[in-house]
Design a protein around this ligand. Structure first.
Ligand code: NAP
Length: 311
């Protein structure tokens, strides 16, 4: 069931992703009305602005929902405050700085009868559902992920990525894992990993993951933030019926070397459509599998110190 209801919504953490994607997607969705924001240093025109989510929640008693766009280290505290205030909550990826806090939020949302939506924006890229549909009927031989970019271009001045809970190169790499765990028909298990960690950081600048699915099919991922100017966001799936290739982070799909025609790119509009439907149906969408694989890489991985990043 869906409804035509309009829900009032607020954003917490007005930074890069809030401005690039969330504000335009909310403005374009008739089912959401942005009424307020909470950010320590930023304000959004035309809405009520607060410094903290606590101030916002205390003042905005009629608010329906909150979308959390700050870095993951503050996700749990903000989500907890919003759920306890009776708001529906949408979490940017990753849904937490650790797995256990996401499970706690899931229970809290159920206890308060509120919707919790842990988003994975890359799963809404146009290649993902066609790839999943095609792979469902195929015999898979192996999966190879290459997710490489220049950290100085994509994360200028972001210190939180190098701190515990900031995930380092897994901040983009988890997008690939969110696609892999959606398109493959079986669960993926981590077997071994190597994490290259700068001497002045708590999180890796590069990583390699060796995984298998539950039938033993190899799933290998390479993540690197020391990459040149042209990003490589690619997933190859070898099958007995040919190679399926996802590229440009999910914007392009080819099967057997032939490009597949895809719908327009609309990751964040699709996320807000899904959030609206979840609220209207009293439902949740919380899948921790991509974060669990990253946590397993920290558990099972061998850490190798490399030269300081140096800011
Ligand atoms: P960002 O610009 O560095 O941070 C967003 C905002 O969060 C900041 O401007 C800051 O606003 C607030 N914030 C930072 N630290 C905080 C703290 N300790 N307590 C409270 N608020 C804090 O980061 P971003 O690139 O937008 O990324 C935010 C999240 O979105 C991350 O989880 C990231 O993985 C995800 N994401 C990012 C992108 C991207 O392209 N950048 C794409 C998809 C998803 P104030 O200083 O005003 O409080």
């Amino acid at each position: 069931m869906t409804t035509n209801s309009t829900y009032s919504i607020a954003i917490a953490g007005v930074g890069k992703i809030a401005r690039d994607q969330h504000l335009p997607a909310i403005a374009a969705h008739s089912g959401f009305d942005l009424v307020a924001c909470a950010s320590r240093h930023a304000e959004v025109d035309g809405v009520r602005n607060y410094k903290t989510i606590e101030e916002l929640l205390a003042a905005e008693t009629g608010l329906d929902a909150v979308s959390l766009c700050a870095p993951p280290q503050v996700r749990y505290a903000q989500a907890r405050a919003a759920l306890e205030a009776g708001k529906h909550v949408m979490l940017e990826k990753p849904p937490g700085a650790g797995v256990s806090e996401v499970e706690a939020l899931r229970e809290l949302a159920s206890a308060h009868n509120r919707t919790l939506f842990a988003t994975w924006h890359s799963r809404h890229a146009s290649a993902v559902e066609p790839a999943r549909g095609w792979l469902a009927q195929r015999t898979i031989r192996g999966v190879h992920v290459r997710w490489k970019e220049d950290v100085r271009r994509w994360h200028p001045g972001q210190q939180w990525i190098w701190e515990p809970g900031g995930l380092g190169v897994f901040d983009p790499g988890i997008n690939a894992l969110s696609i892999v765990t959606r398109i493959l028909p079986r669960a993926v298990l981590l077997r071994a990993a190597t994490l290259w960690v700068p001497s002045d950081a708590a999180t890796p600048i590069a990583a390699e993951l060796d995984c298998v699915d539950t039938l033993g099919v190899p799933v290998r991922a390479e993540f690197d933030w020391r990459h040149g100017p042209v990003e490589q966001w690619e997933i190859d799936v070898e099958t007995t019926d040919g190679l399926l290739s996802i590229s440009e982070g999910g914007k392009r799909l080819s099967i057997g070397g032939e490009p597949v025609e895809l719908g327009p790119e609309r990751e964040y509009p699709s996320l807000y459509e899904h959030f609206h439907t979840l609220i209207a149906n009293g439902a949740h969408d919380v899948d921790v599998r991509p974060l669990q694989l990253v946590a397993d890489a920290f558990l099972l991985g061998r850490q190798v110190e490399v030269e300081a990043f140096g800011g």
